[in-house]
Design a protein around this ligand. Structure first.
Ligand SMILES: *Cc1c(COP(=O)(O)O)cnc(C)c1O
Length: 231
């Protein structure tokens, strides 16, 4: 199947998952698909853009910068871990950073965004399942980090992101998604100043249908759109 056909199938599955939701989530009925382009060529990304991909996701700042230079302007999202020494390169490129996970990183993004005269939209990444191999703050640290970000003028907190553990059976990830949805609903209800809580980023190729059923409105899908990655 072509990239365009794959993208259409993902969109269709997302629509089916929205229809299966048992109640209307606070995230609303619209779901954006982020096409994850890591390890795929600029030509493949161009195909996805032509097919109407709304946003592109990359894990690494350098890879995204190199690819963006070969492509028409697009909405780039940083979905991988961000090191403080890459912030200077990241801020000009990314519409949304999904992976804010520490006070130190928040302060560095604030410093760089202030210099660039940009208001940087960010999501806080939460390590819901507490896996050693995954980045993200522990759920217990969320409130403090959200308050800190709320106080930074050049950041705008827009929601939360998580990566569930990989399970063959995506059903097993459902409790993780449900837990993050609860944290998201609380954060939205808290109505912190200087925030616009509207994005809940969860779900990848293996589990995006379950994530959408549990209220995700931003899914990050690579393999189902572009095929397997070749490292
Ligand atoms: C690679 C990656 C994805 C996409 O993974 P697929 O399984 O290929 O859909 C989504 N989110 C993050 C954070 C990733 O690193």
């Amino acid at each position: 199947m072509s990239i365009a056909e794959n993208l259409a199938l993902v969109r269709h599955n997302v629509d089916l998952a929205v229809a299966r939701r048992r109640e209307a989530p606070v995230t609303g009925p619209l779901v954006k698909v982020v096409a994850v382009t890591k390890n795929h060529s600029a030509d493949e990304v161009r195909e996805a853009l032509a097919a109407g991909a709304a946003a592109l996701g990359e894990n690494r700042v350098q890879e995204a910068t190199a690819k963006a230079a070969l492509l028409p302007p697009a909405e780039w999202h940083l979905i991988g871990h961000l090191q403080t020494n890459k912030v200077r390169q990241a801020v000009p490129l990314f519409t949304l950073i999904h992976s804010l996970d520490s006070e130190k990183l928040a302060l560095e993004v604030e410093r760089v965004a202030a210099k660039a005269g940009k208001r940087q939209d960010v999501l806080i990444q939460v390590n819901v399942a507490g896996e050693d191999t995954k980045s993200g703050i522990a759920p217990g640290g969320l409130t403090d980090l959200a308050r800190l970000v709320s106080g930074l003028e050049h950041l705008r907190l827009c929601g939360l992101m998580t990566m569930a553990p990989f399970y063959e059976d995506a059903e097993l990830a459902r409790p993780v998604f449900r837990e993050l949805y609860g944290m998201y609903a609380d954060l939205k209800a808290a109505a912190l100043p200087n925030t616009a809580i509207e994005w809940l980023s969860m779900g990848m190729t293996n589990d995006y249908s379950v994530a959408v059923e549990e209220g995700a409105n931003l899914v990050r899908v690579g393999t189902a759109i572009f095929g397997p990655r070749h490292y």
